[in-house]
Design a protein around this ligand. Structure first.
Ligand code: NAP
Ligand code: GCO
Length: 266
């Protein structure tokens, strides 16, 4: 086998949920660059059209689907459409996700449920929809986009941390239940990445200075910078390719070292 062939995704069909922008857009692009047929979904027609135009601009023939990943009927219909148009899904990335930054005692039960529904229940719904085909074809890759909050908590993100902690364990459970079918299920745990989701944490102050949280993250990260979606391309290709066929149930943290670092002495 050619040295780099083990990292090739030639002939594979990949679905990245929430691939209209942010981390999902970068992973979808990475998979196309590695040779895969790529599909993505989102909820907004406007986001879908903007994303298709962006993919086209960079020469990527991505197929876009309007699908709310919390709706099992929509998910089943999308999986069927992709099977008919691109083939059985070999690689699923459960990337779609939201966060609500509200102190727990002020967060409504509905708000808590909405975050858990998208960030944890939906990866279950999506994985349940694609695993039968993966079993039939004798292989599959599922990659769950976890978070540092799969390991740590912080103020105002109770629902998100609970969901991402659960997603870490769902990853380990899919590994445990379907590893014998040659399905590898791993997670990627991004650190702080500059996307629309974290834009509020990086907003410049009125005097032009950095947002306090922005400065905090830079101080806490050994790499002394925020990550960018492109930082996730290589790890995502690795976990989707033959190169990781004996890697299962693991969470690969792509965080500039923040989880390893106690922080500078004040
Ligand atoms: P983002 O910029 O907010 O993008 C989220 C994507 O998910 C969008 O395409 C959005 O499109 C889609 N989406 C949201 N809810 C959906 C639903 N119910 N059904 C279908 N699509 C849905 O977020 P991001 O920063 O790229 O994060 C992507 C993933 O990485 C998330 O799971 C997030 O928790 C995780 N993560 C992010 C960071 C970070 O620092 N940015 C770090 C660790 C983990 P529509 O709104 O059009 O549906
Ligand atoms: C926050 C951030 C984080 C990142 C990411 C870190 O408010 O703390 O949004 O949750 O999104 O999950 O890994």
């Amino acid at each position: 086998m050619e040295k780099m062939e083990r990292f090739s995704l030639e002939g594979k069909t990949a679905l990245v949920t929430g691939g209209a922008y942010g981390i999902g857009f970068a992973i979808t692009s990475a998979y196309a660059e590695a040779g895969a047929r790529v599909a993505f979904n989102c909820r907004s027609q406007e986001h879908l059209e903007q994303a298709l135009a962006r993919y086209h601009e960079i020469g990527i023939d991505a197929r876009g689907y309007l699908c709310d990943v919390t709706d099992e009927a929509q998910v089943k219909s999308m999986v069927e459409e992709i099977r008919n148009e691109l083939g059985i899904i070999d690689i699923l990335v459960n990337n779609a996700g939201i966060i609500k930054r509200i102190p727990m005692t002020e967060m409504s039960v509905e708000e808590f449920r909405q975050v858990v529904d998208i960030d944890l229940n939906a990866p279950f719904i999506m994985s349940k929809a694609v695993i039968p085909d993966m079993i039939k074809q004798g292989h599959g890759k599922i990659i769950n986009i976890c978070s540092m909050m799969s390991e740590l908590g912080r103020e105002t993100v109770s629902a998100y941390a609970a969901a991402k902690g659960g997603l870490k364990m769902l990853t380990k459970n899919i590994c445990s239940e379907y590893g014998h079918c040659n399905i590898q299920c791993n997670g990627i745990g991004p650190g702080y990445i500059a996307t629309p989701q974290t834009a509020p944490l990086r907003e410049r102050q009125k005097d032009g200075s950095r947002h306090p949280f922005d400065q905090f993250i830079i101080t806490k990260t050994p790499a002394e910078r925020w990550g960018v979606p492109e930082d996730l391309k290589g790890p995502a290709i690795f976990l989707a390719s033959q190169a990781s066929d004996f890697v299962n149930g693991q969470i690969l943290y792509v965080d500039g070292g923040i989880l390893a670092y106690i922080g500078k002495q004040p």
